[in-house]
Structures are given as C-alpha cells and as structure tokens.
Design a protein around this ligand. Structure first.
Ligand code: PYR
Length: 495
C-alpha cells in the first residue's frame, strides 16, 4: 500500500540492490525489484539508480504514464519528501564540458540556410548517445547515404515562359488539406534531442499546417502529443504492432477516438535493425514506451532495447483485422517493391509509404525515390494510380527533392531526422525555420521549373535516366561534412 506520510530519502536509499530495489521518479517511490529482469533496457541501468532519484534519466525515454501502465499498483510506494533526498552533485566529464562550450558557440538560427545546416549544428551540440541513436543506420550505412544520393541522380527538364507569378503548393493527404506536401514522419525518442520531446514537432506542424505522424515509440505519452495539438489539427498514428493484439487494438481504437486521421502500420521492421553507431555509443538507458517484458542486452543500443514487443509474425493476413477494428484510413509504411504496392491495392488499404526506414533496417534496400519511379508506371499501366495514395520518405533534404518525388507521382513526403535535428539544436524556432526553408525552396523551385500548382508536376519535368544506376553522384559537400564515418573498436586503456 502506498504510504500516507511521505517517505524520506534515507528510507528509499536502504533499498539499493538487485534483491531489493526502489527508485524515485517524479517525487514518488517505486519498488522495481521484480521488474528488474523484465526491463527491456536490462537491469544494469535501473541498478545505477537503486535507492536514488532516477527522474532525469527516466524522462527522455519513458512516457510519463509508463509506471502507471506497466508497474503493478502494489509496487507504487507513494510520495517522497524530496527535501530529504541527498542530491549527488554531478561531476561534469571533460567531454560534457566541451559540449557545453560548443552549445555556447552555436551559430545563430538565422545562419542556418538549409536542413543540412541543422544537422551539422545538432551533431556538435547533442549528447553523443542521442546523436548516435538519431543518426545511426544499418550495417555500413550504405542505404542511409543512398537515400540522399539517389535524389542527385534525377535532373530537371524545366518549362520556360510559364506565368509563375502565383505559386500554390497546398495539397491534400488522406483527405486533409495541408499547406505543403510534406509531413513530420514518426521518429522515436524525441526527448533525447529536446527536453519537451515530440510536442515541439506538434506545435511546428500546427504553425505550418502540415500533418504530424505520432510515433508508437515517442518519449511523450500519446495523449500528451494529441493534447498539444489544436482542435482542428490533423495527426496520424504510426503503429508498431504488439504481439499482444489486445494492446494493439486498444492503441488503435484510442487513437481513432482521440481524432487521429490515419493509421500508418510499420511493415519494414519485424525486428529493429542493427545500428553499430548506436551500439558503440553504449546507450545505457533504453526503455521507451515499454509494452511487454523481455530482457534485452543493453549493449545492443537503444533501438533493440526499446522494441522487444514488436510482432515479427505480422503478415498480410492481419490486414483485414486492422480494417475491422478501425475506420481510419490504413497506410502501410515501409513498402519496398512494386509487387507489394499491388498487393496493398488488392488488400484495400488507402496508402503506402515507400520507405526503407531511413536506412535503419535492411542494408542495401533501395531508396524510396527509386522504388517510386519503379512503381508509378506499373500503377498507371494498370489504371490503379488513383486507387491508392503513394508517399515516400528517406533522404529528403531540399525542396527540389520534394518536387522530384511529386513529379514522379508521390502524394507527399515524410521528413524525420531533419526536424529532429532542428529541434535538438534550436527547439521550436529551429523546426519552424526548417519548415519555412523547405516552403521557400518549394516556392522558388516551382517557379524555376515552370509549375504553379501541384497537379502540374509530372514526369516530363524530370530526367530520371541515371536514377537506376547506382554509380558515384557529384560530390555532396554539405552531406559529407555532417557524416560521421563508422569507426573500429577503440584500444582499451590497461594502465
Ligand atoms: C528506429 O529506431 O528506427 C525506430 O523506429 C524505433
């Protein structure tokens, strides 16, 4: 039973080992002894805070309702008199001192002129583990770089002497009118980059009238992200399907009740990929949105540790079940070949996102823009192009990248990491500026290719002859300067 009189710090501190482990989170004590073995991030990280206040470590990667939802009420021990809790003075490591110095020396926001500028600043000012989690990708990181490079193999065939005084790039996505053909795609663990997490993206999406896709593995609770939206603001739900379908059903139906206007089921991640930068950064405190208990070796990095609940048995057979539990439009996120787009049409879903998960899953998956160029001619040949909405994500950094996708037939594009980097470096102002820069680039480049509306964008404006050849693109200095090469294991210090 929770204690009526607040516990003291000294009382909590007595329970500080694996046989008897209490922690304090947001001024309340919890007995997590039995949960140690189940913690998806492993027990080591909890034991580091045994008997102590774990709030600062807990917050970035657990939604506030995690303990309510996943720890039995009998383990909730009640409030703690925080005045009696001994505060450990954190000793700043030399690395952290240098990072703080770099934060002091950050460029002004106005000095960022494109999305890669935000990436460069984020790389300098983010905590190493957070940067490693956001920036990492599968294996040798060939696909993540190809995602960006592939756009450089498409060139324009602009029209001239078109009256482009007025340019309008508003469009619709799953029936929602938006001010620009991009949306904020789902990315996990927003609080690693910014103390407020995903709600920052919600506010920027509102300002720019674009849609935010809410991630299953958000740092903020789902309801917090919905509550941060204005009444008429449209959000979608990205879903990792839980092995326990009752949980999945609850999540989907709750999202629909809260007004979400699209269900994006991730289909490229039966298991989250192996990302060596993330693993090497020795992420020691994973555990976002814990949905089931299963121990994970925390040397595996954040990605593995937070994803043990995902159902690898998910298959086409499950689609009718999703259609039976929700009226939200269903979109399959992570489709990578035209054959599967045709199956998606047959299954009666409303859309697909051609995506390789930001290069974080299957190494040598092709870029979404290439899969789009493969897909649209087949859909048109079969008269199916209006039967399904096609979105893409991965590698988009410029207004011209968006234009290329739209010319090829995409309804819109998802942007993930660039908004996270803008948020991590400059908070809401950063994301607002990143979105505005994309809009400015869109407007100017629509003029330069001779198009005034989205429905005037078509393949005749492009030269895609090189797209399918995976040769060397022109040198891409901004992208190279933000790329951290993979490294070999460091020498151990033995003295
Ligand atoms: C990722 O790390 O890629 C997730 O989707 C969680």
């Amino acid at each position: 039973m929770p204690s009526k009189t607040p516990l003291t710090g000294a009382e909590v501190a007595k329970h500080a080992d694996s046989k008897d482990c209490w922690v304090i989170v947001h001024g309340r004590a919890y007995d997590v002894t039995e949960f140690l073995l189940e913690h998806p991030g492993g027990m080591k990280i909890i034991l580091k805070y045994a008997g102590k206040d774990a709030t600062a470590e807990f917050d970035p990667i657990h939604p506030p309702d995690t303990l309510e939802k996943y720890l039995d009420k009998s383990k909730h021990l009640g409030p703690v008199d925080m005045a009696t809790v001994v505060r450990e003075t954190a000793v700043q490591s030399p690395e952290e001192r240098e990072r703080q110095q770099r934060i002091q020396e950050m460029p002004l926001l106005e000095q960022c002129y494109n999305l890669l500028d935000f990436e460069a600043v984020a790389r300098r000012v983010m905590k190493k583990t957070a940067w490693a989690y956001y920036s990492s990708a599968a294996d040798d990181e060939i696909t993540v770089r190809e995602n960006h490079a592939a756009f450089h193999r498409i060139w324009f065939r602009p029209k001239i002497l078109v009256d482009v005084e007025k340019v309008d790039f508003t469009t619709t996505m799953l029936g929602t009118k938006v001010d620009a053909p991009f949306y904020v795609t789902a990315t996990a663990l927003g609080k690693l980059g910014h103390v407020e997490g995903e709600v920052v993206l919600t506010r920027a999406a509102r300002k720019h009238n674009v849609i935010q896709m809410i991630p299953t593995l958000a740092s903020c609770a789902f309801d917090e992200i919905v509550d941060a939206a204005e009444d008429d603001q449209v959000q979608w739900l990205q879903l990792y399907v839980n092995k326990d379908r009752a949980i999945t059903k609850r999540i989907v139906q709750h999202a629909e009740k809260r007004g979400c206007k699209g269900l994006f089921i991730t289909v490229d991640a039966p298991q989250l990929g192996r990302r060596e930068k993330d693993m090497r950064s020795k992420f020691t405190d994973p555990g976002a949105n814990v949905q089931s208990g299963q121990e994970t070796n925390n040397n595996q990095g954040a990605a593995r540790a937070i994803s043990s609940f995902i159902d690898p048995a998910l298959s086409w057979k499950d689609i009718p079940w999703f259609q039976s539990i929700t009226k939200m439009p269903i979109v399959l996120k992570g489709v990578q070949r035209v054959e599967d787009v045709l199956k998606a049409v047959e299954a009666g879903v409303q859309g697909v996102v051609l995506s390789n998960h930001g290069g974080r899953q299957l190494e040598f998956a092709r870029s979404a823009i290439e899969v789009l160029a493969e897909t649209m001619p087949v859909l048109r040949q079969r008269g199916l192009e209006d039967k399904i909405e096609i979105y893409i994500d991965g590698g988009i950094r410029r207004g011209t990248d968006i234009l290329k996708a739209l010319c090829l037939g995409a309804k819109g594009v998802g942007i993930g990491r660039p908004f996270l980097y803008a948020m991590s470096a400059y908070g809401l102002d950063g994301v607002n500026r990143a979105m505005q820069l994309l809009k400015d680039e869109m407007e100017m480049n629509m003029r330069l290719i001779g198009a005034t509306r989205i429905d005037e964008l078509d393949e005749s404006l492009l030269d895609v002859r090189s797209l399918f050849n995976h040769g060397a693109p022109p040198a891409d200095t901004l992208a190279y300067s933000t790329y951290d090469p993979l490294v070999n294991p460091p020498q151990r210090i033995t003295t």
